[in-house]
Design a protein around this ligand. Structure first.
Ligand SMILES: NC(=O)c1ccc[n+]([C@@H]2O[C@H](COP(=O)([O-])OP(=O)(O)OC[C@H]3O[C@@H](n4cnc5c(N)ncnc54)[C@H](O)[C@@H]3O)[C@@H](O)[C@H]2O)c1
Length: 371
């Protein structure tokens, strides 16, 4: 198969879809890999390294899209890319369709085949291609939150771990999944007083068992959320309902109950955000303030640590990419049910229920394509 890896064009997105190691594996499986010039540079991989691994370099993004049968990238396509994607082209990337109507309509119009990283799902309902980026974002949320709690950056001026004689900051984590767990771990390691809220008792039991003594768990409902946000210093939003928009757990009217300078980091921004006042921001301009509450809602947090993120992402995407390339998407998705869940839009038809529900679009049975 002819595989194309474009350079990411989303603001401050420095990751790349395939590493030189991944290139070598795809090439050794008999595929041709075209990398856009300097696509890996920001992740620490120069063109030479890709060439040595067997790739060919193409100078422009247009050439990559027009040459490739399969595109492997990182972030969802943005407007300038919409018209580059062509009929029957297989696009393997994060899409987050449920929070992007324009993107959904553009991919329907393109008649391409869209396999979303974030909806590939294992039988235990875990999301193997979301996990490493959630690990990065969860850990980073505390790093960023701690920074924006500093007074010159408009925060409350609180040190996360406190000091002897002064109590630590209170960190509230909404959602105890991958993001929440990693956030709680980092915050606890820095000495903060941490509370995780989740609606899954199974998850809360697990967290209660494995977390340090300065991490408490509590069932997530409006009452408990209202109680905890009043004296929180840093709130992390890490809830997810797979493939659907995030529930709004903190509404605008709740901001006035919080202390001025509280920092809220909405990691779930890519699914619409779990705070009503969330709007996506960029690494260039990551925060804004509403009712004295500092909002951080960068939609591609792992993009700021591209070296770590690219390696973590491609470790998990490559085995699926190899299957798609070796067998073609129909056979690969028929044989691998986890990968099949990644199919979102096929030749103009929506095949993923949550996207059809989000935008009231007709839903086609994926089996009509696979059988
Ligand atoms: N901004 C970024 O750069 C970035 C990076 C990675 C992941 N994310 C996003 O972070 C979010 C979380 O990802 P994850 O991998 O941790 O998901 P996950 O599925 O591992 O965890 C989500 C958790 O939310 C819980 N939950 C659902 N509804 C809840 C509610 N009402 N109250 C409390 N908890 C609730 C679930 O029970 C689950 O434990 C996703 O939207 C993901 O796309 C964003």
């Amino acid at each position: 198969m002819i595989i194309g890896v474009p350079k990411e064009i989303k603001n401050n997105e420095n990751r790349v879809g395939v590493t030189p190691a991944g290139t070598m594996e795809l090439v050794s499986n008999g595929h041709t890999v075209f990398i856009q010039q300097s696509a890996g540079l920001q992740s620490g991989f120069g063109d030479e390294e890709y060439i040595n691994a067997g790739a060919k370099i193409l100078p422009t993004i247009e050439e990559v899209y027009s040459t490739a049968e399969m595109i492997i990238k990182v972030k969802e396509p943005i407007e300038p890319e919409y018209t580059l994607i062509k009929k029957d082209q297989l696009v393997f990337t994060y899409f987050h369709f449920a929070s992007g109507e324009a993107l959904t309509n553009a991919m329907i119009a393109s008649e391409s085949v869209c396999v979303s990283y974030e909806t590939v799902e294992d039988p235990d309902r875990s999301l193997p291609l979301l996990t490493p980026m959630s690990e990065v974002a969860g850990r980073m949320s505390i790093q960023q939150g701690a920074k924006f709690l500093e007074k010159p950056l408009k925060g409350r001026g609180v040190l996360l771990g406190g000091v002897p004689g002064v109590p630590p900051a209170k960190v509230v984590v909404l959602g105890g999944g991958v993001v929440g767990t990693q956030a709680a771990k980092m915050a606890a390691g820095m000495g903060a007083d941490v509370t995780i809220l989740d609606i899954s008792m199974k998850r809360l039991r697990y967290l209660d068992d494995v977390m340090a003594a300065n991490v408490k768990t509590e069932y997530s409902n409006e009452y408990n959320i209202r109680k905890h946000i009043k004296d929180a210093d840093l709130i992390i939003g890490g809830v997810l309902i797979p493939g659907a928009k995030a529930p709004k757990l903190i509404t605008r009217d709740m901001l006035k109950d919080m202390r001025p300078g509280t920092v809220i980091v909405d990691v779930a921004v890519d699914q619409g955000g779990c705070f009503e006042t969330t709007k996506p921001t960029t690494h260039q301009d990551p925060v804004y303030i509403i009712d004295d509450i500092v909002h951080y809602s960068v939609a591609n947090m792992p993009g700021a640590v591209p070296y770590t993120s690219t390696l973590a992402l491609t470790n998990v995407t490559l085995p699926y990419a190899v299957q798609l390339a070796n067998k073609g998407w129909k056979k690969a998705c028929a044989e691998n049910l986890s990968l099949q869940k990644g199919l979102n839009v096929i030749n103009g038809d929506v095949v993923y229920p949550a996207i059809s529900e989000a935008f009231d679009l007709p839903l086609k049975d994926v089996n009509e394509y696979l059988n």
